[in-house]
Design a protein around this ligand. Structure first.
Ligand code: 5RP
Length: 226
C-alpha cells in the first residue's frame, strides 16, 4: 500500500498550476486523487481541472474537491495519471482489471502525457504473465467471441460481479483472456482483436505511456520512454 502511495505522490511532481489532468481509476490512482485534492486544499496547486476516467474517479474527485471538466471542453489534457495491471520494460501496459479500460484509453490517447503509477508487483518481462488481458465487448451476441478468443490462444472468462455479469460504465461486458505463458506479440494481438465487430476495446495500452513511477518501500524509480 505504501509503495503505491509513494508512486502516486511522486506523480504530483508532473502537475503544474493551470493544468487539465486526466484522473485514473483504481487503488493507486486513488492515492493520486487524494494527494491532488490535498494540494488544491492547501494551495500547493491551483486552477486544476480533472477529466475522470470512470464514474468511480468522478465520484472520488468530487468528494475530494477536485474541479472537473470533460474532453468536450478540454480535448487535450496536459497529463493523465493512472494505474496499471502490468507494465513492461518498454512501457507497454495491460489495464482494465478495474473495468475502466475504455474511458481510460480514450482519456490517455488524448493526453499530452500519460504517467503510470504502480508498485513493483506490476512490472513484468512479458505482458500477460501476471494476469488476464481484459477485453471490453458489446453485450449483443457476446458469446460468439468466445471461440474467436480461443483461436487466438487464450482461455476467456466472462467477468462477473457476484452472480451477475459485470457491466462497464459504458454498458458493455468484459472478457478476461488468460494467456498461458503470456502474450507473444501484443501489437498483432491488439490488431486482431480490434478488427472484429463487437469487440469495443482491449486492455493493451501500447506505446501510450510516457513515464512510469514505480514505488517500493524505500522510494520511487522511473521508467521513461526513450
Ligand atoms: C482500471 C485499471 C487500473 O488502473 C488497474 O486495474 C490498476 O489498479 P490498482 O491500482 O488498484 O492496482 O486499469 O481499469
Amino acid at each position: 500500500m505504501e509503495a503505491k502511495r509513494l508512486a502516486a505522490v511522486a506523480a504530483l511532481g508532473e502537475v503544474r498550476d493551470g493544468m487539465v489532468v486526466g484522473l485514473g481509476t483504481g487503488s493507486t490512482a486513488d492515492h493520486f486523487l487524494i494527494a491532488l485534492g490535498e494540494a488544491l486544499a492547501t494551495g500547493k496547486l491551483a486552477d486544476i481541472r480533472g477529466v475522470p476516467t470512470s464514474t468511480q474517479s468522478e465520484r472520488r474527485a468530487t468528494e475530494l474537491g477536485i474541479p472537473l471538466t470533460t474532453l468536450a471542453e478540454c480535448p487535450a489534457p496536459d497529463v493523465t495519471v493512472d494505474g496499471t495491471d502490468e507494465v513492461s520494460r518498454d512501457l507497454d501496459l495491460i489495464k482494465g482489471l478495474g473495468g475502466a479500460l475504455l474511458r481510460e484509453k480514450i482519456v490517455a490517447q488524448n493526453s499530452r502525457r500519460l504517467v503510470i503509477v504502480a508498485d513493483g508487483s506490476k512490472c513484468v518481462d512479458r505482458l500477460g504473465t501476471h494476469g488476464p488481458l481484459p477485453v471490453e465487448v458489446a453485450p449483443f451476441a457476446h458469446e460468439t467471441h468466445e471461440s474467436f478468443f480461443r483461436k487466438l490462444g487464450c482461455a476467456p472468462t466472462l467477468r462477473r460481479d457476484g452472480g451477475a455479469v459485470f457491466v462497464t460504465d459504458n454498458g458493455n461486458y468484459i472478457y478476461d483472456c488468460h494467456f498461458a505463458g503470456g502474450i507473444d506479440d501484443p501489437a498483432a494481438l491488439d490488431r486482431a482483436l480490434r478488427a472484429r465487430a463487437g469487440i469495443v476495446e482491449t486492455g493493451l495500452f501500447l506505446r501510450l505511456a510516457d513515464l512510469a513511477l514505480i514505488g517500493d518501500e524505500t522510494g520511487v524509480r522511473t521508467i521513461e520512454r526513450e
